[in-house]
Design a protein around this ligand. Structure first.
Ligand code: SF4
Ligand code: SF4
Length: 359
């Protein structure tokens, strides 16, 4: 059994334990749900094959990209995630013989900034470790996008009526079914390892200990922003592979609380501003729904009018044709009667002539 898969199974068993755990996201001492999952990305193993991108696209039923996944020319540009693409792999020339590749997706923070900024609680840190998003309560204010220090959430700008925030959800539903996230399952190089966060940290530290020349002595995500459920190993400074090293170890909600407390007026205005945005968005939705209803009603009455007109025309046509048939029948009957009368008169005349000749 592959180590990667083994950790996956251990992790799946841990979820039920986690569900009964008492820890809650954004509490003062929150360090993750007990038994929650994590994924380790090892940049020294990644070959930039994009199989993880394809795996993600497949399990999330996302549309195929313009350039197919086996076209590696896309790696020549730095890409970021967007509404139809929850993960991307980028290539970094770090001055070594070979380039280094790094996968980019939501880091599933232990105390997520997106969740703390969302006043309708559309984001939730789940006991699996995933940070999920509920589009049904989202009001479209996009504060989550501003708040995320990793610039992860994206928005469906092309959707006019019901745009959603989009991001990796760590295959939360698949995890509940005991399955691996799509990207982890697809990686042919075991650059991605899934398991409980505690187990994954042990694996990461063991690799550093066993191969000190290969890895930096740093598990990125263990402490950054209060800790994340995606953890990273690299042989080159994380900054060189596009990762922020200036974030510190304080979680976003704690930072935000401190910053806002220093500006009491902003604290007071926060719900007012967000409430205003919510109201505007709700009003827009209501107007859109009313416009849609009016359009449907008008289409229905137009169709009804047309059908009634067609029916009246057909009836008129039918009446005219019936009348023509009756007229024809009457004319035919009259003609036949006249003809019979004529024949009778002619026969009587011929009979009279014969009688005269006989006399
Ligand atoms: S990386 Fe950004 S979107 Fe993902 S959980 Fe953290 S704050 Fe939220
Ligand atoms: S599938 Fe694995 S090796 Fe290939 S790009 Fe993704 S993480 Fe790297």
């Amino acid at each position: 059994m592959q180590r990667r898969r083994f950790l996956g199974l251990v992790g799946a068993a841990g979820v039920s334990l986690a569900a009964s755990g008492k820890a809650k996201a954004a509490s003062k001492e929150f360090s993750g749900y007990p038994g929650s999952h994590a994924v380790l990305f090892d940049a020294t193993r990644c070959i930039g094959c994009r199989k993880c991108e394809a795996g993600c696209q497949k399990v999330n039923d996302l549309p195929m990209p313009e350039k197919p996944f086996d076209d590696l020319s896309v790696l020549d540009q730095k890409r970021r995630t967007h509404a139809e693409n929850f993960t991307v792999v980028n290539k970094y020339d770090v001055g070594q013989q070979a380039p280094v590749f790094r996968k980019f997706q939501c880091n599933h923070c232990l105390e997520p900034a997106c969740a703390s900024a969302c006043f309708v609680k559309a984001f939730k840190k789940q006991p699996t470790g995933a940070v999920t998003y509920d589009a049904s309560v989202c009001v479209g204010c996009r504060y989550c996008m501003v708040a995320c220090p990793f610039e992860v959430p994206t928005y469906e700008y092309n959707e006019v009526l019901t745009p959603r925030v989009r991001k990796c959800h760590m295959c939360h539903e698949r995890q509940l079914e005991g399955k691996l996230p799509g990207c982890v399952e697809a990686c042919p190089k075991e650059a991605l390892t899934f398991g409980t966060r505690d187990e994954i940290l042990k694996v990461a530290r063991a690799r550093i200990r066993n191969y000190p020349g290969r890895y930096l002595d740093h598990v990125y995500g263990e402490k950054e922003m209060g800790g994340t459920s995606w953890l990273y190993l690299s042989g080159v400074p994380f900054k060189k592979i596009g990762m922020r090293e200036d974030l510190g170890t304080t979680s976003a909600p704690h930072l935000t609380t401190g910053a806002l407390a220093a500006v009491p007026m902003v604290v007071g205005l926060w719900p007012v501003v967000l409430g205003g945005i919510w109201a505007v968005n709700k009003r827009k939705e209501k107007i859109a729904a009313e416009e849609q209803k009016a359009a449907v009603n008008s289409a229905v009455s137009e169709t009804q009018e047309k059908a009634q007109q067609e029916m009246a025309d057909a009836l008129a046509k039918a009446e005219a044709s019936t009348q023509r048939r009756i007229d024809n029948e009457v004319k035919k009957a009259v003609d036949e009667a006249l003809k019979a009368k004529e024949e009778e008169a002619q026969s009587q005349a011929e009979d009279g002539k014969t009688d005269e000749e006989g006399a």
